[in-house]
Ligand binder design. Structure first.
Ligand SMILES: [Zn+2]
Length: 245
């Protein structure tokens, strides 16, 4: 294949643009914010789960407290009825003894229930405190996630700006190459990542292999418009005065 040496040298500009586009693409996929966001999302989810679990426990305790209070009210109502009967003077002595006995039992029951209620209230208070703590933790985790997402978006916007400029440059460069040369460049670039590079100090700029004496003499003897490719990586080797041939 043959191509004007000036056109061949312009391939180096295209290769620079493509190298930068590849770097941007790599940075987009590997920016540290992405791992940070994945971690922050996990943390937010765990904290949301903890908050839901806390709310469930609190709801259960609230129902237990209500049940306990209802039972205490029922016992009190029964005590009031017994006391009213005793005060009414309409019961005989046997009934009176029975009522007094029942009142004693009811009072013991009431004390037990009240102790249990107190214990429930204490537990509820502790769970409520945990809930407030869980809400603060969740808010912190959500803030960290939003912060990381914000940094990612800024970094992406910066990269997007450079990407757009380089893509425009590329679109202007591409039509300046004859089709067979561009076709070769694109094929090698797709396969190996680099389509063309400067031959310098006897090394292929793409794969860095040092060329042996016979390869160098072959290159030195080739016509300036001959398109040369690296035997190792296939990249187009562009010669300039820097090549040191
Ligand atoms: Zn090479």
């Amino acid at each position: 294949m043959k191509a004007d040496p000036a056109v061949q040298r312009r391939l180096l500009e295209l290769a620079d643009v493509d190298a930068e586009l590849a770097r941007i693409d790599h940075r987009r996929r590997t920016m540290p914010e992405l791992a940070e966001i994945a971690e922050a999302e996990k943390s937010v989810q765990a904290k949301r789960d903890a908050k839901v679990a806390n709310e469930t426990t609190l709801g259960d305790l609230d129902r237990e407290v209500k049940r306990q209070e209802k039972e205490i009210d029922a016992v009190r109502a029964r005590e009031d009825r017994d006391r009213a009967l005793l005060a009414g003077g309409t019961v005989n002595s046997k009934q009176m003894t029975d009522l007094e006995h029942e009142l004693n039992t009811l009072q013991r029951r009431q004390t037990t229930l009240e102790d249990e209620l107190l214990e429930l209230m204490e537990r509820r208070e502790a769970v409520e405190l945990d809930g407030r703590h869980a809400a603060v933790e969740l808010a912190k985790a959500e803030e960290a996630l939003a912060d990381a997402a914000n940094r990612r978006d800024h970094a992406l916007a910066d990269l997007e700006g450079v990407w757009t400029r380089r893509t425009e440059e590329r679109a202007k460069l591409v039509p300046t190459f004859p089709e067979p040369l561009l076709g070769l460049y694109e094929r090698v670039r797709k396969l190996k990542g680099i389509g063309a590079s400067l031959l310098r100090a006897r090394r292929c700029g793409a794969c860095r292999i040092e060329l042996d004496r016979s390869a160098i003499s072959r290159i030195a003897g080739a016509a300036a418009d001959e398109v040369l490719t690296c035997e190792e990586c296939g990249a187009i080797m562009v010669r300039t005065p820097e090549s040191g041939l």
